[in-house]
Design a protein around this ligand. Structure first.
Ligand code: F6R
Length: 263
């Protein structure tokens, strides 16, 4: 586990973008797992800049998004399809056929749809680099507390906390989605490398629980302790409850000397 501590949200977005860009340069056919959410915005902005100013080429990259709200069409302003199009895909050169996001408009045959999504990840050769955010309740993707740590892509009922967090993005007359399609914890853990981004004081407790607490379905991000290659990129607010800062700093310094291409 690597922990990269940054002063604020903008800096962590730039660090994540640099790691992604280096991975794409090393492997132009990178299979990239993507997340949405406010924490990822700076990262997508920086990737778009690298494409524009430094000719970072995404033409052979394949992407798989973690999740989508059930019941929202791709054109709904709060759908993750719309988020991705607006904040990333419209600014870079990933071919449309290489982009995969769960379809929020399906109705019925959910299991079949979700296993097809899993199959498309497998057929692409698996995910090389998975980007994650973290919810206030410690969720990754929409794997809410008590989700099975072996779960696969499936329909998931959202927790009240997540629904309340999302309410501000919908108009008063709109119903806030209560379900989502999300990759499971088991799906996420199969990615070769994982980057988790967290910013702000509301993430301080889930970050400390995920990194230094017990592995528990009550904080699904804690399952990342079972993954051999996770990098947490957090700002000082999200890292405020961690106890072993000194050790994380030394690990980072050694990494910069011994394996600088990882950063
Ligand atoms: C979104 C996702 C969620 C978010 C998390 C943090 O695709 O999978 O797990 O990453 O809810 O969201 P923000 O960054 O808005 O705090």
């Amino acid at each position: 586990m690597l922990l990269v501590l940054q002063p604020g949200k903008d800096e962590l977005g730039r660090v994540a973008a640099r790691i992604i860009a280096n991975s794409v340069r090393r492997n132009p056919g990178l299979r990239l797992g993507l997340a949405t959410g406010s924490t990822t915005l700076g990262m997508y902005r920086e990737l778009a800049r690298l494409h524009r100013d430094e000719a970072l080429d995404f033409s052979r990259v394949t992407t798989f998004n973690l999740d989508e709200y059930l019941g929202l069409s791709a054109s709904h302003p709060q759908s993750f399809h719309h988020f991705m199009q607006h904040n990333f895909f419209s600014h870079v050169n990933i071919p449309a056929q290489n982009i995969h996001i769960p379809d929020g408009t399906i109705s019925g045959e959910y299991e079949r749809y979700c296993s097809t999504y899993e199959q498309s990840i497998r057929e692409a050769g698996g995910i090389d680099l998975q980007i994650l955010g973290i919810g206030r309740n410690g969720h990754i993707g929409f794997n809410e507390p008590t989700s099975s740590l072996g779960s696969r892509t499936r329909l998931k009922v959202l927790s009240k906390e997540t629904i309340d967090d999302n309410r501000k993005f919908f108009t008063a007359s709109e119903k806030v989605p209560e379900c989502a399609i999300t990759m499971g914890i088991g799906t996420i853990l199969e990615a070769k490398r994982i980057l988790l981004l967290a910013s702000g004081p509301s993430k301080a407790i889930p970050i400390a629980q995920s990194i230094e607490g017990p592995v528990t379905a009550s904080v699904t991000a804690s399952a990342l302790q079972h993954h051999p290659d996770v990098t947490f990129i957090v700002d000082q607010h999200a890292g405020a409850q961690l106890k072993h800062h000194d050790y994380y700093r030394r690990v980072l310094e050694m990494t910069a000397i011994l394996t600088p291409d990882r950063l």
